[in-house]
Design a protein around this ligand. Structure first.
Ligand SMILES: Cc1cc2nc3c(=O)[nH]c(=O)nc-3n(C[C@H](O)[C@H](O)[C@H](O)COP(=O)(O)O)c2cc1C
Length: 221
């Protein structure tokens, strides 16, 4: 598949046919995805390949608390889980909010789920002393996660990078026997999408690229 075509059509697939994802295909996906960069080329990424239904069910359950808050904040017009604008949504409102199945069920129903983790002992967290949430650490693992999804697209498969279970990281780690120095970065259901979306809604370049500085003219207009 042509690279730009893959980049423009790798949508968030959440519904899958029952077709299996064989170990052979998965190995090919991971064997190409592994060329993703990481800080200092430390390659701290690990992938847990989950096929057991009981583990998928448990991961799906662990997505529920974060998904409930996500839905409550969305309903209140907030940007869910952001760390900058304090939430006005109360614990009571969150507890009374229905959990959208789309945020929990894909992990339960996908033929395979990949849990992407990173070894914190080798990650350069350059922004660890800044007075804001850490972002830089993710740069050593999300290129791998996205390469996996691009490679899946190239194989006629699809998936979605989900993060909800991370809010319950201690329980995810206990479930998967992850040592304390590992961080859970993504839980990715993968399978053959029921349908392939081709027109993704994304902002044009001029809406996010700026010439020279933030308040410079829009780039690429
Ligand atoms: C960092 C990150 C976290 C995400 N977390 C979730 C998630 O927990 N659950 C989910 O269903 N989708 C999740 N997504 C998928 C996004 O909702 C999806 O990529 C976005 O809406 C674009 O979808 P599209 O490619 O189909 O247009 C996440 C994506 C990213 C990049």
């Amino acid at each position: 598949m042509e690279l730009y075509d893959a980049m423009r059509t790798a949508f968030a697939a959440r519904e899958f046919t029952p077709d299996p994802v064989t170990d052979e295909v998965l190995t090919r996906i991971l064997d190409n995805a592994r060329f993703a960069p990481s800080g200092g080329n430390r390659q701290g990424g690990h992938v847990i390949v989950v096929r057991e239904q009981s583990t998928k069910d448990a991961l799906s359950e662990l997505a529920r608390p974060a998904a409930q808050r996500y839905a409550a904040q969305t309903a209140a017009g907030e940007n869910p889980w952001n760390t900058f604008v304090p939430s006005q949504v109360t614990a009571e409102t969150i507890a009374a909010t229905a959990i959208p199945p789309g945020l929990t069920e894909p992990v339960r129903r996908a033929p395979v789920v990949l849990v992407v983790c990173v070894d914190l002992r080798v990650v350069a967290s350059i922004d660890q002393h800044l007075p804001r949430v850490g972002i830089a650490s993710g740069a050593s693992i999300y290129p791998l996660a996205w390469n996996i999804l691009l490679a899946a697209r190239n194989e006629g498969l699809g998936g979605v990078l989900t993060t909800m279970p991370i809010a319950e990281e201690a329980r995810v780690k206990a479930l998967l026997h992850l040592p304390d120095y590992m961080a859970v970065c993504a839980v990715m259901p993968i399978g053959k999408p029921v349908k392939q979306l081709r027109k993704l809604k994304r902002r044009p370049v001029s809406a996010f690229a700026h010439r020279e500085r933030w308040d410079g003219e829009a780039f690429g207009g």
